[in-house]
Ligand binder design. Structure first.
Ligand SMILES: Nc1nc2c(ncn2[C@@H]2O[C@H](COP(=O)(O)OP(=O)(O)OP(=O)(O)O)[C@@H](O)[C@H]2O)c(=O)[nH]1
Length: 922
């Protein structure tokens, strides 16, 4: 038995070569340096000639951009607080329950005990000063007693993501910038619906993940059952790296046994978790022979599993005379890592602990640095340039080809012409002038430092004072100050290099999700097509709840609008519209909690003197019949200048799910936006492409190019569609056809972009109103959000929940126990989305205390009343308001659910009548 302070020097053992494609030893050799340069060149698509850049890369090899993802309340914040404590960044352990945590630092978060904004924190593991560089260079391997700890301190940038379904978009935004993730499961609740959802979202970005089964100290905790659920619900083979140590086999949770290093770790229950007793296998046999035997079974299962996925492990196994226990720990770790980083990976390493009791967190941190990838090993990020999707690596290496969308003027079909960008031709590569490329993944308003924009730098180096071009907003702004964030403490830096996360302070426009690029030579505007570069763009789902916001007095209006603008920079899944008729400001969002938090941020944090009205469902209004063609001419002064333009509009029903309606003659543009199709026809327009690749027409006034002409008409229609003619809800499932005849509707220099836009708006509004005049009984109908609901319950409550959904809530049960549908587009070529069929009987999982005897065909699991069941249903959103409370009462507190908008569905006449009566009674 060894008693060692967990963070002590003695505990820090070297893992040579592990996760270290680049090590200090390498730097001493010129030959290796050359090899390394070539490998980096291949990965990053550019040359690394200077040794200082190479050293940057070495630093990157010891960087982990990691997220923590999980279901609400699984213990993310509690675990993060321990990570900060053990790594030396805090002197005491923060507590979620008394609101003293570091990561949940918004007052609203502290008050509710949940994580809302993903906080990005940097710390080092193992803590600096506790590792020995001499050990690192000595090339020793791990022995059977050794703890699997890297000898080199790593920089861990930790992104804590929210677990509530309303914040799924926030989770997605954070996921984009991660290289790896820890998925925390509640050992009592197992794999929950939200976990499945986020898990699959992480698959979209091919993020390697490890699982940490937390809360093993709680009554009813079932590690074995959770491991099987990892297999059946997350669709991977659980590689059990640790098993729980229960006192006397079924008593209190006191520690873990590590199947990689064959070590038992026993924590002192009363302590802060820094001191732990480590037992090698012989010591464990003497201390707890039952556990030692289970540990051996776990080790056999681990080696067997890895051998099925990694030929090297088969070799190691044969080298060690087919003795599973004799395979060195270091080889197991290498094999685990290799499998985890393989894009076709199906292995999920599983760890155990109880963060609240301070048990299991340090080995989890070791797993983070040992197994998860650094930025160099992450997949090349996806980008969009114009309409073309590709990867950043392709762009940097000059191999990106922009597809030019030269839509046929005939409107019959959409033709695409491939045009090589200058990027393809050596020296003219515009990417050569790219100094840095970053993604703003979070905007936070800080009381002391103002607005902070969190960025992940993907290429080059973001330097202080550089000019950042925002490709989403087309504005350039200076980056006055740069910081590295340590919880809510900040250290000012001169630059943030590729692969790292940092903060830019002092930006006025950048919003969450914007791409920021800087060019060499301090250029204000990047050359085309760089100015359209978008890193990992994501689709924002439609908002389904809204509430009015009223300032307390007219004089407060301005400050309320400023606060709203800031809120929208922080969270682009919120939308603000102004009702033209009533002048009311409406805020819409993803869920009730989403809007409540927005209100709290506005009123409590930004001190806006405003009141939010009742939160209501965002219905939609759709056209049921054709309007006549209505022509409107706008003829007024705009900002002191005469503006004149005309436009004709027709509206008609449109269902994107049905066979597409043909496009009329002279169509120059057609796009689906917010559930509507906008079609633009321009008879008489002759389009030619100039030498700068811009579309021009001699028939347009000289101040307008084709793009600006199209955009003006499109925006005019969009503005009119924000309000339906009968019920004032936004219009949906409707086609607007705008016709702007260049000979008839344009009036030379008077036809400014604003005048054309205003004409399109007026014409669309008039066509919508015409529906009511022409077909008073069949003009428009209300549509409601239909939700795809996934409910996790016990077998015992299944009947009651199914009955409640289908009878009381008018839902349709779609399936029982089917895998959660993957809602985000997966890269079909990556293989990540392929459904892996896992035979639960083949999964190794240690027996749970009080579990009925193991039956090899798994039938004991089927019989259990605690068996988790999944219900998938489609239910109108209105019926799901306040559902969590009801579900909890039906399931003795165990049921959970997630939902997302499936589509907007037209209501039946009686339902519409009931909903309208309900709305009118407000
Ligand atoms: N018994 C026990 N309770 C725990 C453990 N870890 C966390 N908890 C408790 O579980 C509750 C939720 O913990 P959090 O850390 O806030 O969970 P979270 O996943 O960050 O939750 P959100 O921020 O809302 O997504 C708190 O009451 C914690 O004290 C554990 O290991 N054992």
């Amino acid at each position: 038995m060894v008693t060692a302070p967990f963070l002590g020097r003695a505990a820090a053992r070297p893992i040579p070569g592990l996760s270290r494609r680049i090590t200090c030893q390498h730097v001493s050799s010129n030959i290796l340096l050359k090899g390394l340069r070539l490998s980096l060149q291949k990965t990053f698509g550019r040359e690394f000639n200077s040794t200082s850049r190479l050293l940057d890369m070495i630093d990157l090899d010891k960087t982990r951009n990691i997220g923590i993802i999980a279901h609400i309340d699984a213990g993310k914040t509690t675990t993060t607080e321990r990570m900060l404590y053990y790594s030396g960044f805090t002197r005491r352990i923060g507590d979620v329950d008394d609101g003293s945590t570091v990561t949940d630092f918004l007052p609203a978060e502290r008050a509710r005990g949940i994580t809302i904004q993903s906080a990005a924190i940097t710390f080092h593991w193992p803590p600096r000063g506790t590792t020995s560089e001499v050990d690192n260079l000595s090339g020793q391997g791990l022995d059977a007693k050794g703890l699997p700890r890297s000898a080199a301190s790593h920089t861990v940038n930790l992104i804590d993501t929210p677990g509530h379904a309303d914040f799924t978009f926030e989770v997605l935004r954070s996921l984009r910038i991660l290289d790896g993730a820890v998925c925390i499961l509640d050992g009592v609740a197992g794999v929950e619906a939200q976990t499945e959802k986020v898990w699959h979202q992480a698959s979209t970005y091919r993020i390697p993940r490890i699982v940490y089964v937390n809360k093993l100290d709680r009554d009813g905790a079932a590690f074995g059952r959770t491991v099987r659920e990892v297999g059946s619900r997350l669709h991977g083979w659980p590689a059990v790296c640790q098993i729980p140590w229960f006192e006397g086999g079924d008593g209190r949770f006191t520690g873990i046994a590590d199947a990689v290093s064959l070590t038992g770790l026993l924590w002192n229950e009363a302590g802060d978790g820094k001191s732990v007793k480590a037992f090698d296998l012989a010591g464990l046999e003497a201390e707890n022979s039952k556990l030692a035997n289970e540990l051996k079974r776990a080790r056999v299962a681990l080696v067997e599993l890895l051998s099925e996925h990694d030929e090297n492990m088969v070799e190691k196994f044969l080298d060690h005379e087919e003795d599973h226990l004799a395979v060195p720990s270091i080889d197991i770790l290498r094999s685990l890592r290799k499998c985890l980083l393989d894009p076709a990976n199906t292995i999920i390493p599983v760890f155990a602990g109880a963060s609240f009791r301070n048990m299991g967190v340090q080995p989890l941190l070791d797993a983070v640095t040992n197994l998860l990838p650094g930025p160099i090993e992450s997949p090349d990020p996806e980008i969009n340039v114009g309409n073309t999707t590709g990867s950043l690596g392709q762009l940097l290496s000059g191999n990106f080809v922009v597809e030019k969308n030269t839509e046929a003027v005939t409107g019959k079909s959409k033709q695409k012409k491939k045009a090589a960008t200058p990027a393809a031709s050596g020296n003219n590569n515009p990417a050569a002038s790219l100094e840095s490329c970053s993604l703003a993944f979070k905007v936070v308003s800080d009381a002391k430092r103002g607005v902070l924009v969190y960025v992940r730098v993907y290429s080059g180096s973001l330097n202080r004072q550089s000019l950042l071009y925002n490709t989403n907003l087309n504005v350039t702004e200076k980056a006055p100050r740069l910081f590295k964030m340590y919880a809510n403490d900040a250290v000012e830096v001169e630059s943030i290099s590729a692969g790292h996360i940092g903060v830019v302070a002092g930006l006025k426009y950048a919003r969450t999700g914007d791409t920021l690029i800087s060019c060499t030579g301090g250029k204000m505007n990047p050359p085309e097509p760089l100015n359209t570069l978008q890193l990992r763009p994501i689709d924002v789902p439609p908002p389904v709840f809204f509430a009015s916001i009223e300032p307390h007095s007219l004089s407060e209006e301005r400050s309320m609008q400023d606060a709203l603008a800031l809120l929208l920079r922080e969270d682009p899944s919120l939308h603000v519209t102004v009702d033209e008729d009533s002048g009311q400001t409406l805020l819409s969002g993803m869920g009730e909690l989403h809007l409540e938090i927005a209100r709290d941020r506005l009123v409590k944090d930004f001190k806006a003197k405003a009141t939010m009205g009742r939160i209501e469902i965002g219905y939609r209004e759709c056209a049921l019949s054709h309007s006549v063609a209505v022509t409107k001419t706008f003829d007024r002064e705009i900002a002191g200048r005469k503006g004149k333009a005309g436009c004709t509009a027709v509206v008609q029903p449109y269902d994107p799910a049905e066979e597409q309606l043909g496009l009329p003659e002279n169509t120059i543009f057609a796009e689906i936006r917010d559930g509507n199709q906008i079609v633009i026809c321009a008879p008489g327009l002759d389009i030619v492409t100039d030498k700068h690749d811009r579309e021009q027409s001699s028939k347009l006034p000289s101040h307008l190019d084709v793009n600006a002409f199209r955009a003006s008409l499109f925006n005019g229609a969009l503005s009119a569609l924000s309000r339906g003619p009968q019920f004032t809800f936004p219009v949906h499932s409707t086609r607007v056809t705008l016709t702007c005849d260049v000979g008839e509707h344009l009036f030379g220099s008077e036809s400014s972009a604003s005048a054309i836009s205003a004409a399109a708006r007026l014409a669309t509004q008039a066509a919508l109103r015409d529906l009511i005049t022409t077909s008073p009984n069949n003009s428009t109908a209300l549509m409601e959000p239909l939700m795809n609901v996934i409910i996790s319950v016990d077998e015992a409550s299944l009947g009651a929940v199914v009955h409640d959904i289908s009878s009381a809530r008018g839902g349709h049960i779609i399936s029982l126990d089917e895998a959660i549908p993957i809602t985000t587009a997966l890269d079909a070529t990556s293989g990540v989305g392929d459904e892996v069929v896992i035979d639960v009987r083949k999964i190794y999982a240690p027996p749970d205390p009080f579990e009925s005897p193991r039956i090899e065909d798994g039938s004991s699991m089927q019989a259990s009343a605690n068996q988790p069941r999944t219900i998938t249903a489609k239910v109108p959103l209105k019926e799901m308001v306040g559902y969590l409370k009801h579900l909890r009462s039906l399931t003795a507190g165990r049921g959970t659910f997630v939902m997302h908008v499936d589509r907007f569905e037209k209501m039946s006449a009686p339902r519409q009548k009931a909903v309208l009566a309900d709305l009118n009674s407000l």
